[in-house]
Design a protein around this ligand. Structure first.
Ligand SMILES: [Zn+2]
Length: 119
């Protein structure tokens, strides 16, 4: 009997609901930051980490961060963020599958996405 609860999410989920769930952010240097604040603003996501970094990223399924989170390429927890063990544990037992798992959807998706496309 295993006490570890595994979670499965769909592979090509949008970045926003993914980070909103996991509350971790993979930096380009391979650090895992703890996410203190995250907000969806149209096509962009505003993120503030626990160590005080603020940035805006594009809410994409194919962004670097989405790929890094799925593949778990960032493995060193940011020391300044003090990411709690349970959060890392939860992330380590979260898996991504192309054909199986929970679909994560942004709160504003489902609307006509062709709107606002300017030539
Ligand atoms: Zn950090």
């Amino acid at each position: 009997m295993s006490e570890v609860k595994k979670r499965y999410y769909r592979k090509y989920t949008e970045l926003y609901p993914l980070v909103e769930k996991i509350k971790l952010w993979p930096s380009r240097k391979g650090h895992l930051h703890g996410v203190k604040f995250i907000q969806l603003r149209g096509k962009y996501i505003d993120i503030t980490t626990h160590c005080g970094k603020q940035f805006r990223v594009f809410n994409s399924r194919h962004s670097r961060a989405a790929r890094w989170l799925r593949n778990k390429w960032a493995s060193v927890p940011c020391p300044a963020c003090r990411v709690p063990e349970w959060k890392l544990e939860k992330y380590s037992t979260t898996f991504f599958s192309a054909h199986y798992g929970k679909e994560l959807v942004s709160e504003n998706s489902g609307k006509n996405s062709s709107e606002g496309e300017e030539a």
